[in-house]
Each structure stands twice: as C-alpha cells, then as structure tokens.
Design a protein around this ligand. Structure first.
Ligand code: NDP
Ligand code: 8X3
Length: 250
C-alpha cells in the first residue's frame, strides 16, 4: 500500500509517516523543508524496510504541486491514500486588525493547497476505481472562536470540501474522511505565533494536549477499516477539552 502525506516534516504528518511505515506502507512524504525530508527518508527506509520517496514543494503553488505529482512514475503513481494534512494558522487577531498576508497564507495553504493536491491525485484514484482521501480539518472547522476568524473559515472550508468530495467520489469507489482534532501540541502554535515559543507553550498550559501520535493512530485506524466501511468524520479532542472555548486547566 502507498500513502502520500502532505506536511510530513513535522507534527501530525511526521508521526503519521512513522506509524504507516511501521505498518509496512510505502510512502511519498512532502513538505518544504528538504533536509527534514531527507533525514526521514533515510530513517524510515532503514528502520522499517519500506520504500520512501520525498517531494519538496510548497502546496500553495499549483505549478510546484503539478510538477511534483507529475514526477511520480510507474508504481509511485498508484497512490492508495492521500493525507491532506499540510496546513497552518498564522496570527490570532480580530477581523478589523488582521494581517492580510497571514490571511492569504492560511487560505492559500489550507484551502487552495488541499484543492491543488486533490485535483492532481483524485483523477488517478478515479481511473483505478479505488483510493482513500483523508482530510485534516479541525474543531475550528466545526465552530468559531474569538480572533480565529480566517483560520476557522479555512477549516470550515475543509469540512465542506470533505463532505462534497465524498459525494463526488462516491460513484468511483473512493473513500473520503476527515479528522478534526482539538488542541494538539506540535509546531502548530509556534507557527501561529511566528516563533514565539513562550506564547505557544501557554496554549497547552495546565492541560494534557493531544499528541501527534494520537492523531497518527486515528488516521491509521480510519485508513485501515475494511473496504466496505467509510468513516466520514472524526472529532477528537483532549479529555480536558469539550470544544474550542471550553477547556479545563489545572
Ligand atoms: P505542524 O506545524 O507541526 O506541521 C505542519 C506541516 O505542514 C509541516 O510539515 C509543514 O511543512 C507543512 N506545511 C505548512 N505549510 C506548507 C506549505 N505551504 N507547503 C507544504 N507544506 C506545508 O502542525 P500540525 O501537525 O499540528 O498541523 C497539521 C494539520 O493539522 C494542519 O492542517 C493544521 O491546521 C491541523 N490541525 C492542527 C491542530 C493542532 O492543534 N496542532 C488541531 C487541528 C488541526 P514545511 O514547513 O516543511 O513545509
Ligand atoms: C487547531 C485547533 O483550537 O487551535 O486547529 O484552532 S485550534
């Protein structure tokens, strides 16, 4: 089995690559940080004896997405599972004070990047009459929270696209699923707060956040259901979180 995971250089994507490799899946891992991809390729091959290909590109740039996916030849084209994971939040501010560049980064990555990837890979799955697309949404795609405006909007778009893809791909035997996590400690908040580690740590203070491995296990569970089962949507939060705004902290 072959999985392509976007955003595999950190957080959920990295943990998912590790778990799938440990289960014997061959992988195409992608991201912008080439050194990290190269190190992962070497380690995954060495530790699990699986085949790994790296593709270094920016999901916001459709010409890069196209060139990267078109570079896959032979068996590498036959992707059984696409994990649309690459994404980010940038900034946390009111709509009247938001930074346009932050908004564009989120819209271009979380919505357009996911679409560019899907547009390249879904037709191959349709031709093969099989495949599975797992989209990484968020609790931010189920509700909105103060100052989360544009990030929440992008994840609501993922939520809508997940359901829309399910309808469009249904006649072609392709499964479509969303995982919608709550608070998970990865590089997510460091990116959101532009490298401010202290502010990032405070997001998870006094509570036990989800780990990247928790999400990887969920993705693996969804991907490994019997062929007649499709999991449409999984909302997963820490035990200490009820929704985006209700969190118990010690
Ligand atoms: P991380 O910051 O740890 O990882 C994000 C990954 O996305 C990195 O591998 C990064 O790779 C990649 N990425 C970001 N922008 C681009 C781009 N333009 N082109 C290619 N790759 C890109 O965050 P998480 O693992 O936490 O986030 C993964 C997904 O989960 C995101 O979609 C996020 O919105 C979602 N999510 C996160 C939650 C959390 O609390 N952590 C909760 C709910 C959802 P590189 O920088 O090398 O390009
Ligand atoms: C990430 C979870 O609550 O920080 O999507 O938006 S949250």
């Amino acid at each position: 089995m072959l999985a392509l995971i976007t955003g595999a250089t950190a957080g959920f994507g990295k943990a998912t690559a590790e778990l799938f490799a440990s289960k014997g899946w061959n992988l195409v891992i992608t991201g912008r940080r080439k050194v990290r991809l190269d190190v992962m390729e070497k380690n995954l091959k060495q530790n699990y004896g699986v085949q790994v290909k790296t593709l270094c590109f920016d999901v916001r740039k459709n010409d890069e997405v196209k060139a990267a996916i078109e570079s896959l030849q032979g068996e590498w084209k036959d992707i059984d599972l696409l994990v649309n994971n690459a994404g980010l939040a940038v900034g946390l501010s009111t709509i009247q004070e938001g930074t346009l560049d932050d908004w564009e980064r989120m819209i271009d990555t979380n919505i357009k990047g996911l679409l560019y990837m899907t547009r390249m890979i879904a037709p191959v799955m349709v031709a093969r009459k099989k495949g599975h697309i797992i989209n990484i949404g968020s609790v931010a795609g189920k509700e909105v929270y103060a100052n989360g405006n544009v990030y929440c909007a992008t994840k609501h778009a993922v939520d809508a696209l997940n359901r829309a893809m399910r309808i469009d791909l249904l006649p072609h035997g392709i499964r479509v699923s969303q995982i919608a996590p709550g608070l998970a400690e990865t590089e997510f908040s460091i990116v959101r707060f532009k490298g401010d580690d202290e502010r990032a740590k405070k997001v998870y203070q006094g509570m036990q956040a989800l780990t990247a491995e928790d999400i990887a296990e969920t993705i693996f569970w969804v991907a490994s259901r019997p062929a007649h089962v499709n999991i449409l949507d999984v909302v997963i939060t820490p035990a200490a979180q009820a929704n985006s705004t209700t969190v118990i902290r010690k």
